[in-house]
Design a protein. Structure first.
Length: 122
């Protein structure tokens, strides 16, 4: 017997990231909460609006969410190793990146990337 899940169900789960993320932070270490994402490990932060997301078909099946590319102003010099998506009370998601040295007063470009993919049931 085959298995099925509606794209709408997967989209609803991924929509949570859109609805709850208000900021992006480029961080020097992996944050475990929103304070670390926005302050403790943050080398730069930027407001991240709902228009910065795309829901689309998954690469193999199901649905995926893609974070749009953006330039984040750097407030503190250091090496970026993680990109965090958060709001003042919730750490929504964290991704890794190639270690990138940044300088205060500059910007770091976070390229567009797939943040999460929910595959169809197999």
């Amino acid at each position: 017997m085959g298995k099925f899940i509606s794209d709408s169900a997967n989209d609803a789960a991924l929509q949570w990231l859109i609805d709850n993320t208000t900021n992006i932070g480029v961080c020097s270490a992996q944050p475990t909460d929103s304070t670390e994402a926005g302050t403790t490990y943050a080398l730069g932060t930027l407001a991240f609006a709902t228009v910065n997301w795309t829901l689309d078909d998954g690469d193999d099946s199901g649905r995926k969410i893609t974070a749009a590319g953006t330039s984040v102003p750097v407030a503190t010099s250091g090496t970026v190793t993680h990109v965090a998506f958060y709001n003042p009370g919730t750490l929504c998601a964290v991704g890794t990146c190639a270690p990138t040295a940044v300088t205060s007063g500059g910007t770091v470009v976070v390229a567009s990337f797939d943040l999460n993919e929910i595959r169809d049931p197999a």
